[in-house]
Design a binder for this molecule. Structure first.
Ligand code: MG
Length: 163
């Protein structure tokens, strides 16, 4: 078994769609970033890459590369999953915490779980998504949205390619 942690944060700004955990959230602000700025999926990808021991999304999908301009983070997640598969790794489970003062996200977390599980090739009960505020105390969570992710990977083959 291999464990990984990821963290990401993006700033909330006008005139951007808000996409979290691959789900469109109706809100007057959205997250600013080179891709669709889905902080939850970015944290998840960094946790997956960390557990696999193959770096982070900044190295894989640099924001200096226009191929990733406006990219759907779910597409990038598909690429990360392909990397894991070639290394003989599969997801045991993932736990994601989104930190936002607003909007209220609890009614979207189940859909996020289902969406992310589908892209990771596991059942939704292996992907937990939860949301919390910081009771108005957080500088980051009032001006942006942050996410933490922890994942457990399992080796599918006894001799996984070790790169
Ligand atoms: Mg990011």
């Amino acid at each position: 078994m291999r464990i990984g942690h990821g963290y990401d944060v993006h700033r909330l700004v006008p005139d951007r769609e808000l996409i979290l955990g691959g789900v469109h959230i109706p809100y007057e602000l959205g997250l600013l970033g080179h891709s669709d700025a889905d902080a939850a999926v970015h944290a998840l990808m960094d946790a997956l890459l960390g557990a696999a021991g193959i770096g982070d999304i900044g190295k894989l999908f640099p924001d200096s590369d226009d191929r990733f301009l406006g990219a759907s983070s779910l597409r990038l997640l598909d690429d990360v999953m392909e990397l894991l598969r070639t290394r003989g790794l599969r997801v045991g489970n993932a736990d994601i915490t989104i930190i936002a003062q607003a909007p209220k996200l609890s009614r979207f977390t189940l859909e996020m779980s289902r969406t992310l599980a589908e892209h990771m090739g596991v059942t939704a009960d292996r992907v937990n998504v939860k949301a919390t505020t910081e009771e108005g105390l957080g500088e980051v969570s009032t001006r942006g949205i942050a996410a933490h992710a922890v994942v457990l990977l399992e080796e599918t083959a006894p001799k996984a390619k070790n790169l």
